[in-house]
Design a protein around this ligand. Sequence first.
Ligand code: C2E
Ligand code: MG
Ligand code: MG
Ligand code: MG
Length: 290
Amino acid sequence: YAAKGQGRNNYQIYDVSPEQEQQNAALKRSLRHAEGNGELRVFYQPQVNADSEDIVGMEALVRWEHPELGAIGPGFFIPLAEETGLIVSIGEWVLRTACQQARVWEDRHGLRLRLGVNLSVVQLTQPDLVGVVERVLQETGLDPTLLELEVTESISIKAVPHLMENLHGLHRLGCRIAIDDFGTGAASLDYLRKLPADRIKIDQSFVRNIGVDPDDEAIVRATIDMAHRLNREVVAEGVEIEQHLQFLRQNGCDELQGYLFCRPLPQASFDRLLAERESLLAGVAGQSAA
Ligand code: C2E
Ligand code: MG
Ligand code: MG
Ligand code: MG
């Protein structure tokens, strides 16, 4: 986008054709009404304890159901939302929707699941972020200690004004902080040292190579060890096959998230999943009581 002022020919080096640029502009316009038109959805993906495989938490993942184009993934529209600043209101909507839902599930199924919500770098520059989160927690009644805010590792600590104040402020509310996509940015170790994080999420690009690339296996092992020595918990993302699970379990990873257990589910399906678990647990309790 920096190339705009330098003439058309420079578009190519940024890999955005004029047609794509036009389509993005159209998408940005319709994104402005997506929330109001009820086109946004929150999906939920379980996080399980690595040993018991019990569901202990979930990550909220936004989806956009475009009236003409169908489903558009967050990997595509979140950057557009960031460029337009719409991410601030979309992010708050996701946070409120997910906190409300977590509260409903706590009442309905008696489960106190941790809720992970992704924060965009743009939200992290907002001076009123802590106030917004505090208000949402008050309005929804969710226990702040159940809320975990995920901050992606690709951002630079120095280049984000208010980042440290915001993270410390969120901690003061009682919320937890997780570093998302750990290992992919240029400053992983600096991040681990400076950010007030409770957990790190090992990026799926490393998990995918378990059983394939011994170097990536070594990185996963060393990351878990280092995080634990620094009193951080570890979640692995993108756990897809049994071999990933065994490796991560053997190496002491705390929690797991991935298609092996469950894909991100719409609210109603996640609710059914929790209901099944509940009746399963009730069955076990009934048997042991008899
Ligand atoms: P993320 O926060 O790292 O989320 C994990 C992504 O990995 C999700 O993609 C999830 O569907 C996918 N995933 C989970 N398990 C597996 C697996 O076993 N294999 C593979 N291949 N993928 C798996 P999704 O939902 O498309 O989201 C992509 C990214 O978009 C997220 O990455 C996050 O950075 C961003 N995002 C999603 N929702 C929000 C949101 O509400 N706010 C912001 N700011 N960003 C969001
Ligand atoms: Mg995440
Ligand atoms: Mg991630
Ligand atoms: Mg990732």
